[in-house]
Design a protein around this ligand. Structure first.
Ligand code: E4P
Length: 215
């Protein structure tokens, strides 16, 4: 299973890379706005830190505008992937990008058939948002399981990025389903590594180490 970091903060990305856990990065306008940096500057720096796919989101609402943005953003670095929202115009842009050889990640997917359409249009990635569905009492992970089944049934190569992750259980469930990728906030990534019994074990070993005669 691949782990992407869901952030535009380069300090967070460097920390994740040092942990050996970053196969790629996803950003969105909200995450870039939080950094206070110009959009293209932030994406360019992230692409220097991470060799894997880095998603940068197009913000036009029409296909023509999205394609123009895709061309510009793809010129930043070879690992830029254009995030395109799941709309009719978005599907047109994904189709055009596939013809141009520009990789896309279809975002804001909330039901499996949207993901199937993204795959048909030629998206490299599709991003179902689990947390935002859970927030309105709909099981986000059920959508991921159905989407994975649909893509497997027809042999699509589109990879599923489980997005809008809120806690470790989401990643546990995604891994059991066989989702290709989880895009994870750094805070949640760190929480995956922790266990209170690990901490208690370290504490006891350190205490006992002090009891060992020095010579
Ligand atoms: C990633 O591609 C998404 O933009 C992100 O996971 C959305 O997460 P949120 O629902 O916590 O904003």
């Amino acid at each position: 299973m691949k782990f992407f970091l869901d952030t535009a903060d380069v300090d967070e990305i460097r920390e994740g890379v040092a942990m050996g856990m970053v196969d790629g990065v996803t950003t969105n306008p909200t995450l870039v706005a939080r950094t206070g940096r110009p959009f293209k500057e932030a994406i360019a720096e992230i692409c220097k830190i991470v060799a894997g796919p880095v998603s940068a989101e197009a913000v036009s609402e029409d296909a023509e505008g999205m394609i123009a943005e895709a061309r510009e953003l793809a010129a930043i670095a070879p690992n830029v992937v254009i995030k395109i929202p799941m709309t009719i115009e978005g599907l047109k842009a994904v189709t055009a990008c596939a013809e141009l050889g520009i990789q896309t990640n279809v975002t804001l997917v909330f039901q499996p058939l949207q993901g199937l359409m993204a795959a048909k249009a030629g998206a490299r990635f599709v991003s179902p948002f689990v947390g935002r569905l859970d927030d309105i009492s709909i099981d986000g992970m059920e959508m991921v399981a159905d989407l994975k089944t649909m893509l497997r049934n027809y042999g699509f190569e589109t990879e599923v990025i489980v997005a809008s992750i809120r806690h470790p259980i989401h990643i546990n469930q995604a891994a059991l389903i066989g989702a290709d990728i989880a895009t994870i906030p750094l805070k949640v990534l760190k929480a995956l590594a922790r266990h209170p019994l690990t901490d208690a074990g370290i504490e006891r070993f350190l205490e006992d180490y002090q009891k060992i005669p020095k010579s």
